[in-house]
Write a protein that binds this ligand. Sequence first.
Ligand code: SF4
Length: 425
Amino acid sequence: MNAAYFTLGCKVNHYDTQSIAEKMACMGYEDVTKKDIAADVVIINTCAVTNESERKSRQLIRRLRMANPNALIVVTGCYAQINPEQIKASTGADLVFGTNDREHIPLAISKYFSVDASESSNLDKSMFPSSRTRAYLKIQDGCKMFCSYCIVPYARNNISCLSIDEIVSKAKALEEEGYKEIVITGIHLASYKHEKYDLADALKSVADNTGIERIRLGSLEPKLLSERFISRLHCIKDKLCPHFHISLQSASPAILAAMNRHYSPEYYMEACNRVRENFEDAMITTDIIVGFPSEGEKEFEQTCEFVKKAGFSHVHIFPFSPKKGTPAASFENQVPNKIKHMRVDKLGRICTEVRNEILCKLVGRKYKVLCEKHEDNLSEGFSSNYLRVKYHSKTDDTAAVTDVKIVGHEDGVLTGEKLIDLQNY
Ligand code: SF4
């Protein structure tokens, strides 16, 4: 039997899909996601963060239903949690699981096909591909922040955190499976707390007790990045990737207040400065929502000016999409779509300029690149500070860390020359 996996949305969803895929592998299901063959089971992890995400989720399910008429179509994720009936009624999905039930998916599938899961419950590492690069390790679930535009606290409002022992043991398992890099994720990582331990303790435990070479942090809140927290991260700087994704959303104080986000643009900028003072060559990425209700030209310009100064290496820009069930959906002064899209374009151009300025300054630098794919003598991967790098290589460097000298950039991607192959692990 085989299965294919599709994920929409955030890093946490990617982690959840990976986790389901690993359990399915233990039950003997070959992963055929990247192969051009019909799958027996198609698992789709959906997103509901915006109306657009829900639309894309439905579209993907329908497309996969049509492409795999004989497959068992299984849907999970936030959209499945919030609106299972809509999925069942309009997409042709066979099984729908909310976020709280997703761990039952492998067993439910085995029951569906009457396969005894216990027969194949011994984890056979050889089933996993050997060339693994980056894995997601979710240590926290749930959010109670209630940003006024976000549906997540309504879909995942139970905060649960792995213990330090569980985190280390999962990280060790990923290391044994061959992963070089793990991304520590959570729905709201700043809420990580288990007994007396916080996120910095969790990261230090992984750094001290495993041989994982790169530890990358998922999305962070600016409020987390206090002087003390950053100095504790600094102690593990040899392993912690100097890449920080810090959600901004807007740089207008009025809009941040309407979003129910409790920081000022000044505080955010200070957090970026603290990061840069402590981590050499740190890159900061962010998310911005444009066209939030009441965002006028003045508020939008505040965000544009901030972006010019903050030096983000990448920005995910989202036009505000009113999400049914959230306070912001019924706010007055909704911004017309036409204006939202004009603002997305304008901010996108500014972000591209900022990014190109950053990339220009990196010509001549050397980076260690963890290669993720190789095609037509071209290898591609990420530096530890999360810059995409392409370089010529006659050998397939996938899953190897390679020294690359940067010679230029093209379409937002650094181009380089391979210096030496480090050992292939
Ligand atoms: S912090 Fe805000 S945006 Fe992030 S998951 Fe929680 S409510 Fe949603």
